[in-house]
Design a protein around this ligand. Structure first.
Ligand code: IPM
Ligand code: MN
Length: 334
């Protein structure tokens, strides 16, 4: 029996990095049937919808997807289909593991609440005063806290601390609910060390002592900003994957965007897309396959078989071939 793997190539560099990821991981994909779905700006221009109903339907019930990237022009009348997808599919957790594949000390995970906060879509006002409403619910604080604490249990013993990142000193109600819920839920995980940091201090600590951070759990907007900050510590967005994870379905995508300026040139780093596919494999139960694929990406970067952003000189397809080669010649040792 094969499992459907929904492939959403999207805009800009999306199609090329997705194709590279599927090529690099090809020996691991026998159990999957690839099915195409559409989303993004090109889709909007061609069909009138940036996120067609059939794409959502393919994902809604147990779907697993690899998404390339979508381009969102800064236009008040076009809102990101990514945000709508996260909401419609109840993808409450955004999981962003950030590791320095060049061998540095960074090995942290941002666990970002993915549905609410300033992303609730509640903006308004008049010509003099604009407002955005920050929504924080106990239910999502609880789900994201449990998600982070469970995830921490799978990490090695000395990288298991979960840090709750908030600004309850200013946002006593919204961040207060987030922090208090985390503190209560963490009582169910006595084996997981926890602490808390204000978001501003956390940003500084990430820059000055990034090796001290393990799992960061935070609200949507802080998580968005801190995950890009973390990417900056490891050479940029080229290697940072992510998973948008719900109780029923999950969509994996590189943290980087569509990068229209380099699209079609064959120079985009496919590592983030390949690692996103590795996360998808692990999520689907192929823990060994996912880890082997991640290791292959890592060995390539260490050997300089990478794109210029990480000091190499390869193009997108050459990186995919190098990863495939390492995957095929990798001797399995734990
Ligand atoms: C991300 C992106 C999105 C976000 C944008 C494109 C809407 O920056 O996935 O981090 O802010 O969540
Ligand atoms: Mn972002």
């Amino acid at each position: 029996m094969t499992i459907p793997l929904v492939v959403v190539r999207g805009d800009g560099v999306g199609p090329e990095v997705v194709d590279a990821a599927l090529a690099a991981a090809s020996p691991l994909l026998d159990g999957f049937e690839l099915v195409e779905a559409r989303m993004g700006l090109t889709c909007y221009r061609e069909t009138g919808s940036a996120l067609p109903a059939d794409t959502l339907e393919m994902l809604r019930d147990g779907g697993l997807a690899l998404l390339g990237a979508v381009q969102t022009p800064p236009n008040a009348h076009y809102s990101s289909p990514l945000l709508r997808m996260r909401r419609e599919l109840d993808l409450f957790a955004n999981l962003r593991p950030v590791r320095d594949l060049r061998g540095g000390p960074v090995d942290l995970v941002v666990v970002r609440e993915n549905l609410e906060c300033l992303y609730a879509g509640l903006e308004g006002g008049n010509e003099d005063t604009a407002l955005a409403i920050r929504v924080i619910t106990r239910q999502n604080c609880e789900r994201i806290s449990r998600f982070a604490l469970e995830l921490a249990r799978d990490r090695s013993e000395d990288h298991r601390k979960v840090t709750c990142v908030h600004k309850a000193n200013v946002l006593a109600q919204t961040c207060g609910l987030f922090r208090d819920t985390f503190t209560r839920v963490s009582g169910d995980y006595p084996d997981v060390p926890v602490d808390e940091l204000h978001a501003d201090v956390c940003a500084m600590r990430m820059v000055m002592d990034p090796g001290s951070m393990d799992v960061l759990v935070t609200t949507n907007m802080f998580g968005d900003i801190l995950s890009d900050l973390a990417a900056g510590l490891v050479g940029g967005l080229g290697t940072v994957p992510s998973g948008n994870i719900g109780e029923r379905c999950a969509v994996f995508e590189p943290v980087h965007g569509a990068a229209p300026d380099i699209a079609g040139k064959g120079v985009a780093n496919p590592a983030a897309a390949i690692l996103s596919l590795a996360m998808l494999l692990e999520h689907a139960g192929d823990i060994d396959g996912g880890r082997r694929l991640s290791r292959a990406v890592e060995s390539c970067v260490l050997a300089g078989e990478t794109t210029p952003d990480l000091g190499g000189s390869l193009g997108t397809d050459a990186v995919a071939r190098a990863v495939l080669h390492r995957l095929e010649t990798d001797t399995v040792e734990g």
